[in-house]
Write a protein that binds this ligand. Structure first.
Ligand code: THU
Length: 129
């Protein structure tokens, strides 16, 4: 099985555990990191809406907690007919741990529908230059 298929399987599985009773929109995210380990996370909503967290946020936190340093590939899965792209805040989060080759896959119930380089998601990411 190639990495992207494994990422899709993991993201679909973790999306099943999404806590999203307010939006009814389950999101799963899976990462293949530089340490050759895989991580995943789902969105976790809250009755105080802004307190909710995104799936990417959870997966990145799991990677960092386990000692991963860089995202090689990241897949965002929506349990929906449409694809989703990572929200603005998550683009900034992804790029914190990305390099020029980091890939972002967007997937839904039909599979992976779009692949882009992480840099393409946020060309003017906040940084000093
Ligand atoms: N969501 C994510 O988990 N990742 C994104 O990149 C966009 C949105 C979640 C947040 C909320 O729980 C639900 O999707 C609907 O916005």
């Amino acid at each position: 099985m190639n990495n992207s298929q494994k990422l899709l399987d993991m993201a679909m599985k973790v999306a099943d555990n999404s806590y999203s009773p307010y939006s009814n929109f389950a999101v799963g995210c899976a990462i293949f990191a530089d340490n050759r380990c895989f991580y995943s996370g789902c969105n976790v909503e809250n009755v105080s809406f802004p307190v909710g967290t995104c799936a990417e946020e959870a997966a990145i936190a799991a990677m960092i907690a386990d000692g991963g340093k860089k995202i090689v590939e990241i897949l965002v899965y929506a349990d929906a007919e449409n694809l989703i792209s990572p929200c603005g805040a998550c683009r900034q989060r992804i790029l914190e741990f990305a390099d020029d080759n980091t890939m972002v896959y967007m997937a839904n119930t039909k599979g992976i529908g779009k692949s882009v380089k992480a840099m393409e998601l946020l060309p003017f990411v906040f940084k000093e230059f």
